[in-house]
Write a protein that binds this ligand. Structure first.
Ligand SMILES: *[C@@H]1O[C@H](CO)[C@@H](O)[C@H](O)[C@H]1NC(C)=O
Ligand SMILES: *[C@@H]1O[C@H](CO)[C@@H](O)[C@H](O)[C@H]1NC(C)=O
Ligand SMILES: *[C@@H]1O[C@H](CO)[C@@H](O)[C@H](O)[C@H]1NC(C)=O
Ligand SMILES: [Ca+2]
Ligand SMILES: [Ca+2]
Length: 351
């Protein structure tokens, strides 16, 4: 069978597929960033932002469709206490962001189908004829037909006929999952969708700023505790990876894009469920200087994705944190990778 796209060009790309292979044992999280003046200023701005942009307020805004305003402000991007250093989660740096709009939800299968219906768009997974699927979700019949796995991440199978309409291969479908995130979409597919919708992909800075929801120096969109009061706030993996997915949070695979509580900006599943493409090229070294609306490196080979997925567990993929990041080539696709769009102004149809 043809080499999977993520493996084209370099073995490293295959190993990095979905950020799974190079995980480090994660240390316990917490601590401060050690720059108190910045923190005070950011905290003040953030507190004001949270007051102005509570999910309740956003929900009551008539005619805003599925986008919410993310207030202009300053935040600390990245962290000085990286959990996964080689991902370039550090240093913490001041970033200024203009007001923009963000989709409240990951783009769903229903929305993507509307796009495909009206444009005839064909995704890259459909053109290439295969996509990566987590082995634990495949039927015995599909598994039996596969000879090749990703060497360092054997739970990833390149599956012929897997695409957004057939997430686990030809014998699967999305008819009961129209409200789940569209999967098996490449970066190029995501750009095509957002452009059609009058939107664009968020920059990594915008994505991380909106993930943090006005909170400062926290691991997750809701705070530092993974499960406040024992509640699940995101669709990730519970149990031993990759053999025992207990689905304690209610979902072994993807969840509806509306599942779980939103963050302070009204964003759902900003971590967990599906990984989300951003517009930035990938690099692991960042200047500590303050920047204004940074757009990432001017060139590269991989694009940044954020938020982790339903497959992430602390033991091997502690990437469902706002500062966490990973990458794939722009033509890669897989069963846990999707996106949401952003915009400078509300598209006409949402006003
Ligand atoms: C897309 O088109 C098909 C076939 O006409 C139709 O059944 C389906 O409801 C359409 N999907 C959406 C989301 O409009
Ligand atoms: C879609 O998959 C479900 C099982 O998840 C199956 O019951 C149904 O028949 C399938 N529909 C089609 C149109 O293949
Ligand atoms: C999976 O993990 C749960 C909780 O840790 C345990 O109760 C269960 O026995 C495990 N199942 C298997 C098949 O190992
Ligand atoms: Ca889950
Ligand atoms: Ca997500």
């Amino acid at each position: 069978m043809a080499a999977p796209r993520a493996a084209r060009g370099s073995v490293a790309a295959a190993l990095l597929l979905l950020g799974l292979a190079l995980c480090v044992a994660a240390s316990e999280a917490g601590g401060a960033c050690g720059c108190s003046a910045d923190r005070a200023a950011t905290a003040t701005a953030a507190a004001a932002a949270v007051r102005r942009y509570s999910p309740e307020a956003n929900a009551q805004r008539p005619g805003r469709g599925q986008m919410v305003p993310i207030p202009a402000g300053v935040f600390m991007m990245g962290t000085d206490e990286p959990e996964i250093r080689q991902d370039g989660e550090w240093p913490a740096r001041r970033v200024r962001v203009n007001l923009f709009y963000m989709d409240q939800y990951e783009v769903s299968n229903a929305e993507f189908e509307k796009f495909v219906n009206s444009t005839g768009y064909v995704t890259e997974a459909e053109k290439f004829g295969d996509s990566f699927v987590f082995e634990g979700m495949l039927s015995e019949q599909v598994k039996a037909e596969i000879q090749q796995a990703v060497a360092a991440a054997p739970w990833w199978m390149p599956v012929k006929g897997a695409n957004w309409r057939h997430p686990e291969g030809p014998d699967s479908n999305i008819s009961n999952r129209m409200d789940h995130p569209v999967l098996h979409v490449s970066w190029n597919d995501a750009v095509a969708y957002c452009t059609w919708a009058g939107k664009r992909l968020p920059t990594e800075a915008e994505w991380e700023y909106s993930c943090r929801g006005g909170l400062e120096n926290r691991l997750f969109p809701w705070g530092n505790k993974l499960q406040p009061k024992g509640q699940h706030y995101a669709n990730i993996w519970q149990g031993e990876f990759p053999t025992n997915n207990t689905g304690e949070d209610g979902y072994k695979g993807s969840a509806p894009v509306t599942a779980f509580p939103p963050n302070h900006y009204g964003l759902y599943n900003i971590v967990g469920n599906a990984w989300e493409w951003t517009s930035d090229w990938w690099a692991v070294h960042h200047s500590p200087q303050e920047t204004h609306n940074p757009k990432g490196p001017s060139s590269g080979t991989d694009r940044v994705k954020k938020g982790g997925s339903y497959m992430c567990h602390k033991s091997y993929c502690y990437r469902y944190r706002c500062a966490a990041r990973s990458q794939n080539t722009p033509d890669s696709s897989a069963s846990n990778l999707g996106f949401r769009c952003a915009a400078d102004n509300l598209p006409d149809n949402l006003q």
